[in-house]
Design a protein around this ligand. Structure first.
Ligand SMILES: [Zn+2]
Length: 223
């Protein structure tokens, strides 16, 4: 898997993660979008946004941008305890559009990623409701579920009402079944991270939990 380090994130050396946060980028669902988004997070060609995600998935490619042990800035209220997966596409997609070949390819790649996270961090492969989140349960949920759980003003509503949760969780569970047992360990990833130093982070964002990522893609949704 290719690693393109995001400019803005928080070095955290996390030893525990509770949630996998599913996003849609509010951008095109097509090849080359993952790398384009990763380059944006890295500040290649333009200033990097004050946002990031651990992974970006498009129909053909997966890019990692932040180590799982570090905190990416993608979902208000969930950043410190979550891992964010961005899916290239729109939260307005219909059930039929989430079932097309591009979406299916994305979901399958994402499910393999999520399965490894579930194994690595001991996260249950279950879909959480906003109530589950409020009550401290661990698992997988959409950005919109965290927005509702934390009643985030102006919070984002991706990946949208038609995201195929049942199918996605089934894919994750099936992918877990293909993994060989392994001890819990930190994410394996290249060490050459494009690091932002901590003093910069403090001056540019007082609270990483106050960052949602799709503002990168759609300024109208900036909060
Ligand atoms: Zn999101």
């Amino acid at each position: 898997m290719r690693f393109i380090g995001a400019k803005n994130f928080m070095v955290a050396h996390r030893g525990a993660v509770d949630w996998i946060v599913v996003h849609a980028t509010q951008g095109a669902e097509k090849p080359q979008q993952a790398i384009a988004t990763a380059n944006r997070f890295a500040g290649i060609g333009e200033p990097a946004p004050i946002a990031s995600a651990h992974y970006i998935v498009d129909p053909t490619t997966v890019i990692q941008c932040v180590l799982e042990t570090d905190v990416a800035w993608h979902c208000k209220g969930a950043n410190r305890r979550g891992i964010g997966i961005e899916h290239c596409g729109m939260s307005e997609q219909t059930p039929e559009q989430w079932a097309d070949d591009g979406s299916e390819a994305e979901l399958r790649q994402s499910a393999v990623l999520a399965a490894a996270m579930c194994r690595r961090w001991g996260i249950p492969p279950v879909k959480l409701s906003p109530s589950d989140i409020v009550h401290g349960q661990r698992g997988i949920a959409g950005h919109m579920d965290f927005t509702e759980a934390f009643k985030t003003p102006g919070g984002h509503m991706d990946p949208g009402a038609s995201f195929p949760w049942q199918h996605y969780i089934e894919l994750v569970v099936a992918a877990i079944d293909t993994l060989t047992p392994a001890p819990i360990q930190a994410a394996a990833a290249p060490v050459a991270v494009a690091s932002a130093d901590d003093s910069d982070l403090v001056t540019t964002c007082d609270d990483p939990n106050d960052v949602c990522v799709e503002a990168v893609f759609d300024p109208e949704h900036a909060t």
